[in-house]
Design a protein around this ligand. Sequence first.
Ligand SMILES: Nc1ncnc2c1ncn2[C@@H]1O[C@H](COP(=O)(O)OP(=O)(O)OP(=O)(O)O)[C@@H](O)[C@H]1O
Ligand SMILES: O=C(CO)[C@H](O)[C@H](O)COP(=O)(O)O
Length: 400
Amino acid sequence: MAVCTTVYTAASLHSPSSISRHRNQQLFFFSGEKRRLGKRSNSLEISCSAEFSTVVIGLAADSGCGKSTFMRRLTSVFGGAAAPPRGGNPDSNTLISDTTTVICLDDFHSLDRTGRKEKGVTALDPRANDFDLMYEQVKALKQGRAVEKPIYNHVSGLLDPPELIKPPRILVIEGLHPMYDARVRDLLDFSIYLDISNEVKFAWKIQRDMAERGHSLESIKASIEARKPDFDAYIDTQKQYADCVIEVLPTQLIPDDNEGKVLRVKLVMKEGVKYFDPVYLFDEGSTISWIPCGRKLTCSYPGIKFAYGPDVYYDHEVSVLEMDGQFDRLDELIYVESHLSNLSTKFYGEVSQQMLKHSDFPGSNNGTGLFQTIVGLKIRDLYEHIIEEKAAARVEATKV
Ligand SMILES: Nc1ncnc2c1ncn2[C@@H]1O[C@H](COP(=O)(O)OP(=O)(O)OP(=O)(O)O)[C@@H](O)[C@H]1O
Ligand SMILES: O=C(CO)[C@H](O)[C@H](O)COP(=O)(O)O
């Protein structure tokens, strides 16, 4: 494996004088192709060996919408536990496992909490974020170069000294804006948008911020309202670019439900995405409605309803799989799994096994957990295909 290792620091990208200081920093060099950086090189750009490839996944969602839970499910599909960088800043937002590194895009806030207050902008506003640096650093990692990424400290509201991020096999960039900047968007091998309806978002935020963070109901309402215009303008618009959207809505099984406990969840899968074959129920391309409750699946009120079929989403052809309701017994999930195809599992029952393994995670009894698990397996499959493709290209290149 050859890895190019110029270190991009936040400072090096802003100040021309620091570019020369950092230009020749090379921290790691494995065997393989070596390209020397000329001392008088004007640019930090260096061409890296094609032997190394980081697959980049984008996960977009508003704060408190289940990104961390999704990340825990995804990391588990690859095996091993994810932890913050060892010996680093205790308030780091990064999670590293054997295969994946998850970086939080809040680290690219260019304004700290006070700066935002002074300028009267929210963290969702592009003016509070450094997209040039985000692009440079995601590109560097994708090409196999380590970066010195800034840290936004959620405890202090300040920008902390940067942390070193080495190129992983799979880089997940999660946060408010992974698909906002076209340059960053183009670096993504796959993208997901978690689309939580306002009613559900409110219920989740209350549950977490009141119970765990001691906020009052009024302050939670006020914070959601204050964020809404910027959320609509800058975050929600990104879903049109996503390869896959998990939409979470109130149930339709209980008339006028206002409890928000039972959920209707849709998995919107774009057609024609390389190495991503949408999952289907019973018969690919048909329109299907299925109530699985009966002899093989225990369902208490209000029951469970699945739907599947083709649709159009922001002018793209998509397949949509929907689940309304919740499971009573996860050990019976295999019945549902056996009617789904294109799951990219490695053995019969892998979806059910993953769900049972994390039955304590939020959403494990409904479509949020089921669809997050399925997307995790699809990402593993996509990753394996990309790696295979690169290996085949290398073999071809050696023949030439
Ligand atoms: N599928 C789910 N079903 C029910 N509640 C959920 C689900 N996912 C998340 N939640 C609730 O939302 C809260 C936030 O989830 P999580 O920490 O995964 O979100 P996040 O997007 O990473 O948040 P933040 O960006 O603010 O750190 C959880 O504590 C939980 O209460
Ligand atoms: O939307 C957010 C992303 O998670 C945060 O609100 C943003 O990062 C600002 O942080 P803080 O609320 O700590 O000032």
